[in-house]
Design a binder for this molecule. Structure first.
Ligand SMILES: Nc1nc2c(ncn2[C@@H]2O[C@H](COP(=O)(O)OP(=O)(O)OP(=O)(O)O)[C@@H](O)[C@H]2O)c(=O)[nH]1
Ligand SMILES: [Mg+2]
Length: 341
């Protein structure tokens, strides 16, 4: 019943644009989405965030798990190694370990006979013992020392000889170019420093320029050199040098010889003659450290022909391996007096 009144009232009330005399404005849609849509969007974003967080946590968990597993396996391995360490060493385990050592020894110029000797010696020391009772390194050191012959104190030997007779005579032998002449110069220098008087004998009357080479060393050291012409009997050069030393009260005579291959019978006979005639107090085989098993073979053959007192290994400064020293000493059963460099 108020409908007509309401219509009237409506017509009396003017809208602002009508009061301003303007047309009715076009309605623009409300920019804000309805509340329902906003709520949905928020929920979706929240869910996505939760999902990402879940994924991150999952990834983190797997990484931690992996680290934990690897650490566990390391510990297990260490424990198993420790248990093995506590066990007694069996022949089987020894063989397994020695195989690696054998390879290293052979690759470094150690003769097979020496490797076998080391195996035998280490077996005695290690099998049936557990590793906490034995020192592996110490056992190996001991086994190596058993192979090397104890060298004499050359200075003491000279003094002791000189108290009975004079001069002390040393002959140096070896194959071509092994370092005999150079070694003689080095030893002469050492003996001069120790207060001995020295003379040299050029008993290599064979190789061209060998006498001049030794003369140069004698001049540098300011010691007498006893020499003869090329082609002279080398044994007689040694003989003359000893006579000279006796006459001039010289303590030590060092006799150089020509390089001879151990398989040249007649030349080896010549070396044997020098030794036989001059009756040295010491006959020293000079071999090259770098030649490995060749040096061992040479030393063996020389030792079969003449009584070798000891070995000098030259050129150790250019030898990275070192096995020759073990081999040559074990096979000839002679001590190594000097290592040349
Ligand atoms: N790196 C190095 N070279 C050396 C050593 N000893 C000798 N030599 C060198 O080896 C070469 C031969 O040396 P020598 O002393 O003439 O050898 P050798 O045995 O008298 O030779 P032959 O008389 O020809 O039989 C020379 O070039 C020496 O300088 C050493 O200990 N280390
Ligand atoms: Mg020489």
């Amino acid at each position: 019943m108020f409908k007509s009144l309401r219509e009237k009232l409506k017509s009396w009330i003017k809208k602002p644009h009508e009061e301003a005399g303007l047309e009715e404005p076009v309605k623009t849609p409300n920019k804000k989405p309805p509340v329902k849509i906003l709520k949905k969007k928020k929920e979706k974003a929240k869910k996505e965030e939760e999902k990402k967080e879940e994924e991150f946590k999952e990834a983190e968990k797997t990484e931690i798990q992996e680290i934990a597993e690897s650490e566990l396996s390391k510990t297990e391995k260490a424990v198993s190694r420790f248990n093995w360490f506590k066990k007694k060493l069996t022949q089987e385990k020894f063989d397994e370990l020695f195989e690696e050592l054998q390879l290293i020894l052979l690759q470094n110029n150690t003769a097979y006979e020496v490797v076998e000797q080391l195996r035998h010696s280490l077996e005695q020391k290690l099998i049936g013992k557990n590793f906490s009772e034995t020192n592996l390194q110490e056992s190996l050191k001991q086994s190596i020392e058993e192979i090397l012959q104890n060298p004499p104190d050359i200075i003491k030997e000279i003094k002791s000889t000189l108290s009975a007779k004079s001069p002390f005579v040393a002959i140096f032998v070896g194959i071509n170019g092994s370092g005999k002449t150079t070694t003689i110069a080095k030893i002469a220098n050492l003996l001069l420093k120790k207060g001995f008087s020295v003379c040299l004998a050029a008993a290599d009357t064979f190789r061209a320029a060998s006498i001049e080479q030794l003369q140069k060393h004698a001049d540098n050291l300011k010691v007498p050199l006893i020499k003869k012409d090329y082609g002279s009997d080398p044994a007689s050069v040694g003989f003359d040098a000893i006579a000279y030393a006796k006459k001039h009260h010289i303590d030590v005579v060092l006799i150089d010889t020509a390089g001879r291959m151990q398989n040249q019978e007649s030349l080896m006979n010549e070396v044997e003659k020098i030794v036989r005639v001059n009756k040295p107090d010491m006959t020293l085989f000079v071999g090259e450290s770098i030649t490995g098993n060749d040096a061992v073979e040479q030393a063996r053959k020389f030792a079969e022909k003449i009584p070798i007192s000891g070995i000098i290994l030259s050129k150790a400064d250019v030898d990275e391996k070192g096995g020759t020293a073990l081999s040559v000493s074990y096979i000839t059963k002679k001590p190594i007096l000097f290592i040349g460099s």
